[in-house]
Design a protein around this ligand. Structure first.
Ligand code: ADP
Ligand code: MG
Length: 724
């Protein structure tokens, strides 16, 4: 089939497509299915002996270690429940450093000598697994002869049933560590960091009179994504293999009209959303809002916030669910940060707060001056953390795919700053002035139990250009990429918060011990923090041309690309920080750095080979065919004695020549031997592969606007983004 025939057939198929009936038809109340596939506390309470239940909840809520006898009882109840739910297998689910989800499946049924089988599932099997880990990245943490890794149940994240037409599986969320106990995954450090932050937050709370509080991190991850019809998706090898288009000119109608943002959701997409919501509800994932995003074909989902590690597990599960359900609806769900050049990209906003059920979010201004003073201490801790460790925050969102987004005029800039909103910023400005004057003069604010005014509960203006914004009861980290797990950014936020809260608690404790009045100690601390770290507060337009210049004057780093950001992981101060709070040791930090480089080089390597292949075997032949037809036409006209305009031939020949040259450069770069160090490969990807790909793409995109439509081999942006 010619290029055009393939594309036309795809369009006909899209038109003829009948979406499946949506199973979530309102007949079942969401309340009835919510959590139906989760081995929740409620289920445990019903099925476990009282003492066992009490022991497990102690583990879940207070981090007590799980007694082996209790594990056996839980495993047995879990197995019975899973079998009733039609499960035949169980799987330890873990989150290796590829950023994906991995599962090791085993059957419940073990053959017995007499030809029958017996359902077995002991406590030991529940709490520990031993997958072969040799195929997962470890950044030098494991020798291949010690290829084993261990998985261990994260008791705070409940087991669940994953339904599949071919049978159901009991899934157990686990950590994944090496023989030596070092983290090979994203969950282990997240749990460690939550614990560290909780500990130091509790110290601050104790100073404010809230004794023995267990503080946890909350995370509400907003997810942006694109939907494209699978007929198009399957005829784009770049989308299929790299998750983004490596070729394609902007559609004549783009997002200029802003008619997609919060516009009507197409029926087919609505059907998909209802189906995903139903599946998410079954898994106990509180999916909430849904709306169209800025770009055509782009949408967003924001589940309700949960405890950080649970939110991270649920977020991964959400992505898997979206992929599966989209396929069922004849669509492909794209999580790539930049599937279409020139069209808005996708992010994943990590809404962060800390607190607990009793006190709520500690980032909410309170009703009393006393509460407000406490709020300001937590806020100041955030300001100090973000300012001191901006590089680590930047590194936590660094990837080849997110590089296409950060710093472009649609996502937050790569410069990490904080938006407080005018009112809160004003409060901190007054606090800063307090340092210079001890009088109660105008515009000077004193932090005191009686004197602090009521603070704004709404930051008012919603600055969308800030990478780290206060939004009334939480901070919203907007730089994470749509494809990445939230565990990385959350681990970083928790750890830098642990450090700041530790600092604040230590200062306050020392001042009080030295006889300083509590109010004065708080005032001094806030003044000091805002004086030293206020430069990170920026309420202006992060997209403006002036901001990078001003940021530089303020000493804020602008780490534009992944390779600029990753070295932040292995600075002395970073390694000391993570080691101090028991989140990563030096070896683990080095391994994360190495894996970051490897993933970067791998991603771009795949793209480069794809661009070379598509450019050589699909685009160049189509262009040459078109060129030949024009040449033949000119020849025929001349033979017939008609004057022929040769300009169209020149017009198409120039980009063909450029394409050939670009492909030659790309081919040489792909074949170049740069040695095997991760850094050399990553630098080669940045310095040789990416520029060659850009050159190839420029020529190919120019050709797309010239070559006869019937010859063009790839579905166009217009088709993929607007036909759903
Ligand atoms: P917006 O589009 O204005 O950013 P959304 O409603 O789309 O807001 O998303 C807000 C996200 O923030 C949701 O996931 C929500 O659950 C989460 N969130 C709300 N309050 C908190 C909080 N205290 N801590 C963490 N996340 C929160
Ligand atoms: Mg948001």
């Amino acid at each position: 089939m010619s290029g055009n025939a393939v594309r036309r057939e795809a369009i006909w198929n899209v038109e003829a497509y009948v979406p499946p009936a949506v199973s979530f038809n309102g007949a079942e109340a969401p309340g009835e299915i919510f959590g139906q596939n989760v081995f929740s506390k409620a289920v445990m309470q019903k099925r476990l002996p009282k003492s066992v239940y009490k022991s497990v909840t102690a583990t879940i809520e207070h981090g007590a270690t799980l007694d082996p006898a209790v594990a056996d009882a839980v495993a047995s109840a879990m197995k019975d429940w899973a079998l009733e739910k039609g499960a035949t297998h169980y799987a330890h689910v873990f989150y290796p450093l590829t950023g994906l989800t991995a599962e090791k499946h085993d059957s419940f049924f073990e053959p017995v000598g007499d030809g029958t089988s017996l359902a077995e599932f002991a406590g030991k099997t529940l709490v520990q697994g031993e997958p072969d880990a040799s195929s997962f990245p470890n950044g030098g943490l494991r020798n291949t002869f010690e290829a084993r890794g261990y998985t261990g149940w994260d008791v705070t994240s409940p087991a669940y049933i994953l339904e599949n037409p071919n049978g159901n599986t009991l899934c157990i969320p686990t950590v994944f560590v090496s023989m030596t106990g070092e983290a090979l995954d994203h969950k282990t450090p997240l749990l460690r960091s939550q614990q560290a932050m909780g500990e130091h937050a509790a110290r601050i709370l104790a100073l404010f009179g809230h004794e023995d509080q267990k503080v946890v991190a909350f995370c509400g991850p907003e997810q942006e994504y694109f939907l494209v019809d699978r007929h198009f998706f399957l005829s784009r090898p770049d989308l299929l293999n790299a998750g983004r288009t490596l070729f394609g000119t902007k559609p004549p109608k783009g997002q200029e009209f802003d008619d997609h943002y919060f516009g009507a959701i197409p029926d087919r997409v609505l059907g998909f959303m209802m189906d995903t919501e139903r599946e998410l509800f079954k898994l106990g994932i509180p999916a909430k809002t849904r709306h169209n995003e800025v770009a055509p074909g782009q949408f967003e989902i924001a589940p309700m916030f949960e405890r950080g590690n649970l939110a991270a597990d649920h977020q991964q599960l959400l992505m898997t669910t979206f992929k599966t359900v989209a396929k069922k609806h004849g669509m492909e769900c794209l999580f790539h940060e930049k599937p279409f050049a020139g069209v808005n990209g996708s992010g994943k906003h990590v809404n962060f707060s800390l607190g607990n059920a009793e006190l709520g979010s500690l980032l909410v201004p309170g009703d009393t001056p006393h509460d407000n003073a406490q709020f300001l201490v937590f806020c100041a801790a955030v300001i100090r953390a973000v300012h001191t460790y901006a590089g680590l925050l930047r590194a936590s969102v660094a990837s080849a795919t997110n590089d296409h987004r950060l710093g472009a005029n649609e996502a937050p800039p790569a410069i990490i700053s904080i938006f407080l909103g005018d009112q809160l910023a004003d409060v901190f400005e007054q606090i800063a002035k307090g340092a210079a004057s001890s009088s109660k003069g105008k515009g000077v604010m004193h932090i005191g139990v009686d004197t602090l005014p009521v603070l704004p509960t709404d930051p008012g203006d919603r600055n969308r250009t800030s990478p780290f914004a206060f939004t009334g009861n939480r901070f919203e980290f907007r730089a994470p990429g749509s494809m990445q797990t939230v565990a990385g950014p959350m681990t970083t936020i928790n750890t830098i918060m642990a450090d700041s809260l530790d600092y604040a608690a230590t200062e306050l404790e020392a001042a009080i011990a030295a006889g300083t009045e509590f109010d004065t100690a708080v005032q001094n601390l806030l003044t000091e923090i805002i004086t030293d770290h206020g430069d990170v507060v920026f309420n202006g337009d992060g997209y403006s041309a002036e901001w990078p210049i001003e940021a530089e004057q303020r000493g804020l780093a602008n780490l534009r690309t992944t390779l600029d950001a990753l070295p932040e992981l292995i600075t002395d101060s970073a390694m000391e920080l993570f080691e101090k709070y028991g989140v990563f040791n030096h070896r683990e930090m080095h391994s994360r750095y190495e894996i970051g480089l490897e993933q970067y080089a791998l991603t771009i390597g795949v793209e480069a080979r794809l661009a070379l292949e598509i450019g050589t075997t699909a685009i160049l032949p189509a262009a040459v065919k078109h060129q030949t037809e024009i040449a033949l036409n000119i020849g025929a006209l001349k033979a017939a004695g008609v004057e022929a305009d040769t300009a169209p031939l020149d017009e198409v020949t120039a980009p063909i020549t450029a394409l050939r040259a670009g492909l030659a450069t790309l081919r040489a770069a792909v074949k170049a031997d740069v040695g095997h160090s991760a850094l050399a490969e990553a630098e080669h990807a940045r310095d040789a592969l990416l520029p060659a790909m850009t050159e190839v793409r420029a020529a190919a995109d120019a050709l797309e606007e010239l070559v006869a439509d019937e010859l063009w081999p790839l579905p166009t942006y217009q088709e993929m983004l607007f036909i759903l």
